[in-house]
Design a protein around this ligand. Structure first.
Ligand SMILES: NC(=O)c1ccc[n+]([C@@H]2O[C@H](COP(=O)([O-])OP(=O)(O)OC[C@H]3O[C@@H](n4cnc5c(N)ncnc54)[C@H](O)[C@@H]3O)[C@@H](O)[C@H]2O)c1
Length: 359
């Protein structure tokens, strides 16, 4: 299989994203030569057949090697796990020459990235995303962090990796539900920035994921290069569907719904708001529903209630002052941001998300 490299253009903090079958064998040993390497993975990933050869190769190339495992799932994105990993690095006397290699989904990437940003005030960090969501979204862009009981991603840092290595040979072991969850972010890229790409992914995930991952990474890399720290609003466009999604995840308890599943339902709410407020044609909302369904994603979650979601939406970290900053879509391929969304429309959107209101 061929390899494609996309560069995230961030001047001295720019980095390559290597995508292809077998790319980890090519790119990981040279990066770790004579280095002190801490390899972070969760228990599911560490049990996959491709993991041991990768671990052994990294260990063989390193002067000092520290394998670290965290429990699989969102609860590992905690201050407790963060502290445990930092202590393990300190006990192993990993120095500033240390490199942290995060192998796994977005949970391990976000957690290990925040450890890399913080330990000794920053050591090098390499992302090896192995879930579709991590490959197309979380591994690129440098957002790292952990959750608090008060909310998701409330503590963290912008910290760019030195490289991202997406080995397509690792993806086939991903459970179908996780694959579908990753497709939610892929569909999102189509909706917010590329109608042609939306058409490509409308029928469902293709057997060959390479073009889907390459295009998604290219879109994300372009947005991040334009607005690394979410200061101009361009990067915030990636949050389409996420305001409601975060509220769903938090009120349901982490782990009940996968992030991508919550984003899928959240996008239906955002599309409805876009229709009612900005005239997004209803056909686009219906197309979005069809695309998400074809990608085996939920488009409604029964039992969602405005009264439970609204207080969580109100403390969304993307809020400006007292008002929630909604990312909406006036037409396929373009977003705008607005704080002027009347409460009754949010109620309607939640009715759509709950499946009590048809579109
Ligand atoms: N930093 C960002 O910009 C950003 C963007 C989007 C999402 N996120 C975060 O990402 C997290 C979700 O990431 P996720 O969906 O990857 O979840 P995850 O990290 O929990 O991974 C999903 C599951 O798949 C397993 N897995 C991963 N790769 C596998 C493989 N190849 N074979 C078999 N099993 C595999 C994992 O062990 C886990 O059980 C959330 O915490 C979310 O907040 C971060």
């Amino acid at each position: 299989m061929g390899e494609k490299t996309i560069r995230v253009e961030l001047k001295d903090r720019g980095y390559p994203v290597h995508i292809g079958g077998g790319v980890s064998a090519k790119h990981l040993p040279p990066l770790t030569l004579n280095a002190e390497v801490a390899l972070v993975a969760d228990t599911h990933v560490a049990a996959q057949p491709w993991f041991a050869p990768l671990r052994d190769r990294l260990a063989a190339g390193a002067a000092k090697f520290l394998p670290l495992t965290v429990p699989a799932g969102e609860p590992a994105k905690s201050l407790a796990e963060f502290a445990r990993l930092c202590s393990a690095l300190a006990r192993a006397r990993i120095s500033r020459r240390g490199k942290i290699v995060a192998v796994g989904g977005g949970v391990v990437g976000d957690l290990a990235g925040f450890v890399a940003a913080s330990y000794l005030r920053g050591v090098a960090f390499i992302q090896v995303p192995t879930s579709l969501l991590a490959a197309v979204d979380s591994s690129v862009g440098g957002k790292t962090g952990v959750n608090l009981p008060e909310g998701k991603n409330l503590v963290g840092a912008f910290y760019q990796p030195a490289a991202v290595v997406i080995d397509l040979d690792f993806l086939p072991t991903l459970p179908p539900r996780e694959l579908a969850a990753g497709m939610a972010e892929v569909v999102k890229y189509g909706i917010i920035s590329d109608p042609e790409f939306f058409d490509l992914v409308k029928p469902g995930a293709p057997a060959d994921l390479a073009p889907v991952i390459e295009k998604s990474v290219a879109i994300k890399a372009g947005v991040v290069a334009d607005d690394e720290r979410e200061s101009t609003g361009r990067r915030a466009s990636l949050n389409f569907g996420h305001t409601i999604a975060h509220a769903i995840e938090q009120t349901a308890g982490y782990g009940q719904w996968l992030h991508g599943e919550a984003v899928s339902v959240g996008m239906m709410g955002a599309a409805w708001l876009s229709h009612r407020l900005l005239g997004l044609p209803l056909t686009v909302t219906q197309d979005l529903r069809a695309a998400l369904t074809a990608n085996r994603l939920p488009v409604t979650i029964s039992g969602l209630e405005f009264d439970r979601l609204a207080p969580v939406i109100a403390v969304d970290k993307k809020s400006t002052g007292q008002k929630v900053n909604w990312v909406l879509c006036p037409e396929l391929g373009r977003t705008v941001q607005t704080t002027a969304v009347p409460e009754e429309l949010v109620r309607e959107a939640i009715e759509v998300c709950a499946g009590r209101k048809d579109i």
